[in-house]
Write a protein that binds this ligand. Structure first.
Ligand code: PHB
Ligand code: FE
Length: 327
């Protein structure tokens, strides 16, 4: 459980203009190119673009399911209410060398620190959600901020998407242009012929048109909920900014184009599989792996999550399998 926390931010550095952050026994510093992370038994350096893209996802996803590895060394592990921040914990070399470290925080406290760091370290014109070709560079000395990008919120539907009163803008009302890679995506909305009296309940919408206008990458949104079954479509380009170690089985349905997945052992990081998914392919990612996707051009992916909060415990205790099917 959480120990007493020390969170502090320094004055801006005289040269770089960035603040440093102490969070528990970790300290974080950025310079023109890198994030530097120190903890009592070791230290680490990450390219600032990789660090900020990962930090942005961890913040936007509220630490997500299971493990969010920023890279092979640093990350967070969600316990839903409290969260571990670790270095080297899921890295055999760091563990063998005794350089690994883990500290537990109240989720709200760590989130507040992460948000402060993301805000201070993101410069004007740089959008950590965007594909690298669609944003400015993150490097250099401190230059303004980009609060609009890092604080953007997903659209929240008031009712099931498509029915009157859902409060979701239709494709052409989003204010977002169709992405350059999706100019050929049909924008027409489906024709619904409901029985009289059901016009308010029978619905449909063009998900492809909606995704074609997404201005972010690698950011699944919940688009349908049925019990614990969550459909989370997303548009992808370049590299998934984190190596996700799930605490449950998760399904991928490749809706367009292709994504190459690197699948590694969740605990050690040793390689387990390469999965190339093309439009129409379906895959189940086991609950004992970490994975990272590579999308050579913008693509559409449906992530299907099971939000049942009992699952991580059942899997950890061996009461539920780590794969959906045993052959
Ligand atoms: C995942 O880790 O499962 C994941 C995260 C973000 C995406 C797609 C997949 O956009
Ligand atoms: Fe995942």
């Amino acid at each position: 459980m959480a120990t007493e926390q020390i969170h502090s931010a320094s004055e801006p550095d005289n040269y770089s203009g960035y603040r440093s952050f102490e969070i528990g026994k970790f300290s974080f510093r950025r310079d023109e190119y890198f994030a530097h992370i120190d903890w009592p038994s070791g230290q680490h350096i990450m390219s600032i673009d990789v660090f900020l893209r990962a930090l942005q996802r961890d913040v936007a996803w509220n630490f997500f399911y299971g493990t969010v590895n920023f890279d092979a060394v640093f990350g967070t592990l969600n316990h839903y209410g409290n969260v571990d921040m670790f270095a080297g914990r899921f890295n055999e070399g760091f563990r063998d060398g005794g350089a690994d470290f883990n500290e537990n925080f109240e989720s709200d406290e760590l989130m507040a620190s992460f948000k402060g760091m993301l805000d201070d370290w993101t410069n004007a014109g740089y959008d950590p959600f965007a594909a690298p070709m669609e944003t400015d560079k993150p490097y250099g000395r401190k230059n303004g901020d980009n609060k609009a990008a890092i604080n953007r919120l997903r659209v929240t539907a008031e009712r099931m998407v498509g029915v009157p009163g859902d409060a979701v803008p239709r494709s052409d009302e989003t204010g977002h242009p169709i992405n350059r890679a999706f100019l050929d995506v049909d924008q027409s909305e489906p024709v619904i012929e409901a029985e009289p009296g059901f016009e308010n309940e029978v619905c449909g919408f063009n998900l492809f048109a909606y995704l074609s206008r997404s201005d972010v990458t690698w950011n699944p949104s919940v688009c349908s909920v049925l019990g614990d079954s969550l459909y989370c479509p997303t548009s992808e380009e370049f590299i998934l900014p984190v190596e996700h170690g799930n605490d449950r089985v998760e399904w991928f349905i490749q809706l367009s184009d292709e994504i190459h997945w690197d699948v590694k052992d969740r605990e050690s990081g040793s390689p387990r599989a390469k999965v190339v998914m093309r439009a129409g392919d379906v895959a189940a990612m086991p609950a004992d792996i970490r994975h990272q996707g590579f999308s050579p051009r913008r693509s559409m992916l449906l992530v299907w999550e099971n939000a049942n909060s009992e699952l991580p415990g059942m899997i950890a205790r061996g009461e539920a399998p780590v794969t959906p099917v045993e052959f």
